[in-house]
Design a protein around this ligand. Structure first.
Ligand code: FEO
Length: 400
C-alpha cells in the first residue's frame, strides 16, 4: 500500500476515500471534458462503514486512502448506494479483501448487484426509512428509485448531518479540491448543469417528488456528499434549489440551432436562422454537430425553449451526426419545448420530415413551417431561414 493517496476529512467522522479520474472523457456517451471522481466515503464510527466503492482501475487508490485512516480489515459494513459499475466495480474485490460482516443495499440494489457480480457474500437489503446503527451514530436509508437507476438510494448520518446522495447532486469534475466552495463557481455551475442535463433530465418529475421528500425526511442537512465531484459544504440547500429549478423545466427565451452540413449549405441556413432568432431579442446558440458533442447540446437544451434542427439529406436520410444528437436528446425527454426543421438537399430531401418526426416523438411542438433548400441557399432562401428563426423566437416568447 503506498502513502501517496491520503483520505480527506469531510466531517468529524467521515473521510473521502475515493479516486480522481483525470483522464476520462467519455462516460457512457457523455463527454466529460473535465474528468470525474468516483467518491467513496469512510465513516469512522464504532462500527466502521465504507459507503460505495470505485471503478475497478482505481481500487488500489481507494484502499490506500482507506489505509491512511484505518486498517481496511476494520471495516465492518459496506454500503452500496448504487449498483452502476463506476461505484460497484470495485465491490467484489473490496468484499474479498475487507470481508465485511454485512453488505447493505436497497432491495433493488441487491438484485442488481447479484445480476452484475458473483459476490463473495450475501447482500442485506434495507428498506426505505430503515436505520442502521453504527454504534455511536446512525445511518438512515432513503430509496431514491430511478434517480437514476431502480436501485438508487441515499443515506443520512445523523451525528455529522451529512447526506450521502450517490449520483444525485454530483458532477463530472476531476479536481484536487474536495469541496465545492473551493472551486471556481462558474465551473461548478456549468458542470452541475451539464451533469443534470445529461443524466437526470429524463427523471425531472421524480426529482420534484424527491425534493419534496427530502423535506419530509426531517434531516437537518449540513453537507451533501455525492458519488461524483465535490462535496457541498457551504449552503447545501443551494444545489437542492437549483435541482428544483432545472426539474421544473421552465425554459427561457433561448433557442439552440443544431446542424451539420455537407457542402456548407445547411450551415449557411443555420447562421441565417440564428440571426432571425436574435433579431427578436431571444438568446441563441449555434452548434455544429461536427464540432460539438451531443452532451454539449444537452447542456444547452437545459434552458432553451426551442430546438431548431438542420440537416442535409444524405442517402434519403438525415446526416449521421444529426441522427446521433437527436436520438440522444430524445432519450433525455426535455419538456415544454418548441422546435422547427431546416436543411438542404439535392434530389429527394427526406431530412426535414425525419427531423420533424423525431421532434414530434419528443413531444416538441413544431412551431413554424420548415425551410427546405435545393442545393445551395440563395438570398431568398436565406431570408426564409431568417424568418424561420424570427417565427420560432416569437413562439418561444409566447410559450414561456
Ligand atoms: Fe455514477 Fe449511475 O453511476
Amino acid at each position: 500500500m503506498n502513502d501517496v493517496f491520503q483520505a480527506v476529512k469531510i466531517t468529524d467522522h467521515v473521510y473521502w476515500v475515493g479516486a480522481i479520474d483525470w483522464n476520462i472523457r467519455d462516460f457512457h456517451g457523455y463527454r466529460t471534458h473535465r474528468g470525474s471522481t468516483y467518491n467513496a466515503y469512510l465513516v469512522v464510527a464504532d462500527h466502521v462503514a465504507l459507503i460505495d466503492t470505485v471503478k475497478v482501475p482505481f481500487l488500489e487508490e481507494m484502499f490506500a486512502r482507506i489505509a491512511s485512516i484505518v486498517d481496511p480489515s476494520k471495516i465492518r459494513y459496506i454500503i452500496s448506494h448504487h449498483a452502476e459499475m463506476d461505484h460497484s466495480g470495485g465491490l467484489p474485490a473490496a468484499m474479498e479483501r475487507i470481508k465485511p460482516e454485512r453488505l447493505f443495499a436497497s432491495v433493488m440494489g441487491g438484485k442488481a448487484l447479484k445480476a452484475h457480480f458473483d459476490l463473495p457474500g450475501e447482500v442485506t437489503a434495507v428498506k426505505d426509512g430503515e436505520i442502521l446503527s453504527l454504534g455511536n451514530m446512525n445511518l438512515a436509508f432513503h430509496e431514491t428509485r430511478m434517480l437514476h437507476w431502480p436501485d438508487s438510494m441515499a443515506s443520512f448520518l445523523d451525528s455529522d448531518r451529512i447526506l450521502f446522495s450517490q449520483d444525485a447532486f454530483g458532477m463530472h469534475l476531476a479536481t484536487a479540491e474536495r469541496f465545492a466552495d473551493e472551486i471556481n463557481p462558474e465551473i461548478i455551475e456549468h458542470e452541475a448543469a451539464t451533469y443534470f442535463a445529461n443524466i437526470l433530465l429524463p427523471y425531472s418529475r421524480l426529482i420534484e417528488t424527491l425534493l419534496d421528500k427530502v423535506g419530509d425526511w426531517g434531516h437537518d442537512i449540513g453537507r451533501i456528499a455525492p458519488d461524483h465531484g465535490p462535496v457541498w459544504r457551504k449552503n447545501p440547500s443551494s444545489i437542492l434549489e437549483q435541482y428544483g429549478r432545472w426539474a421544473a423545466q421552465r425554459p427561457q427565451a433561448k433557442a439552440i440551432v443544431l446542424y451539420d452540413t455537407m457542402w456548407k449549405s445547411t450551415e449557411k441556413m443555420a447562421r441565417a436562422v440564428a440571426e432571425g432568432v436574435a433579431s427578436r431579442g431571444v438568446k441563441v446558440k449555434v452548434l455544429s454537430m461536427a464540432e460539438n458533442h451531443r452532451s454539449d447540446a444537452a447542456f444547452e437544451i437545459l434552458d432553451s425553449g426551442a430546438i431548431i434542427a438542420g440537416s442535409p439529406t444524405l442517402n434519403n436520410n438525415i446526416f449521421p451526426t444529426m441522427a446521433d444528437v437527436m436520438t440522444y436528446l430524445k432519450g433525455l425527454k426535455p419538456l415544454n419545448r418548441v422546435g422547427a426543421a431546416f436543411g438542404s438537399y439535392g434530389w429527394s430531401g427526406e431530412s426535414i420530415s425525419h427531423i420533424q418526426t423525431i421532434l414530434s416523438e419528443m413531444k416538441v411542438a413544431i412551431a413554424c413551417e420548415p425551410v427546405k433548400c435545393l442545393y445551395v441557399p440563395d438570398r431568398k432562401v436565406l431570408k426564409q431561414c431568417y424568418d424561420l428563426g424570427s417565427c420560432v423566437a416569437d413562439v418561444v416568447k409566447k410559450s414561456i
